[in-house]
Ligand binder design. Structure first.
Ligand code: FE2
Ligand code: FE2
Length: 272
């Protein structure tokens, strides 16, 4: 084997090393090379959507959709850390072509989910004042909180989260770390709201405020992850056929709720 053939084979092997590293569990990589986390943070890649521990390094990078130049620099820094002193070829992550005519915008069914977040965020913004004004035994302040909790359970959860869980997430690997994390956050939110409802019934203002504040903080961060990272990523992964299926399934689900979603949206808009 000539020197050049030998060199070329070594280079190919190093390329494989980087590819193999990308297929490793993110938590294992960070445990072995803690500075990888700092490198990812500098590229604004937090492991926020993948905290159950089954994501691969590749998934964590791919979901943030860096531009190819940034991705090359990122992989270069990781390679320099993991394979010091070696020239390591970094692979280019495969990018799906943007759907014709879609530009960078979301498809209609995914955009509808993002628009529903706006109504949810309006109610979240009103909660501190509703809690402050709550006087146990006072009919008006109790009724306003009952309406807000009815919105959370009827709209944010039964209507909106059900579409995410039963339809959108179903189009992806149901055992994936990202989907499992989002489902787990929905469950945590449900528990807070059950506790808040109980506290309202019992007239326990402090407990009510604690539970609603915890729910609001959880949901705001959850919505931010969906709007900025998860939904754009999911939208890019879906084929035109899947978008069509998602659209029909969401429409069918929405029809089951009759006029209730529109009434909840009107309630949200009525809040200052
Ligand atoms: Fe969600
Ligand atoms: Fe959502």
């Amino acid at each position: 084997m000539s020197y050049l053939e030998c060199f070329s084979r070594m280079e190919q092997t190093r390329g494989v090393y980087m590819k193999e590293l990308l297929e490793k569990n993110i938590h294992e990589v960070i445990e072995r090379w803690p500075a990888v986390q700092e490198i990812l943070s500098r590229f604004e890649i937090g492991c926020v959507t993948c905290n159950l521990g089954t994501c691969k390094l590749r998934d964590v990078v791919e979901i943030h959709n860096l531009d190819p130049a940034q991705e090359r620099v990122l992989f270069g820094e990781i390679a320099a850390l993991v394979f010091p002193g070696q020239t390591v070829e970094s692979p280019v992550l495969e990018r799906k072509p943007v759907r014709a005519g879609a530009g960078q915008s979301l498809s209609p069914p995914v955009r509808a989910l993002v628009e529903e977040h706006v109504y949810i965020k309006r109610v979240i913004a009103a909660l501190p004042a509703l809690c402050r004004e709550f006087v146990p035994g006072n009919e008006l302040s109790t009724s306003r909180l009952q309406q807000a909790i009815a919105f959370v359970q009827g709209y944010a959860d039964k209507f909106h989260h059900a579409k995410e869980e039963d339809i959108l997430f179903g189009l992806f690997e149901t055992d994936s770390d990202v989907v499992a994390t989002m489902r787990a956050e929905h469950e945590t939110g449900r528990a807070h709201i059950r506790q808040a409802k109980l506290a309202l019934e019992q007239g326990k203002r402090d407990d009510l405020t604690v539970q609603l504040t915890a729910w609001a903080e959880l949901l705001l961060e959850h919505i931010r992850k969906e709007d900025e990272i998860l939904f754009p990523w999911m939208d890019r992964q879906l084929s035109d056929r899947q978008i069509g299926e998602l659209f029909s399934a969401c429409l069918e689900a929405e029809q089951c709720f009759g006029t209730a979603p529109k009434e909840f949206e009107a309630f949200s808009m009525s809040l200052m």
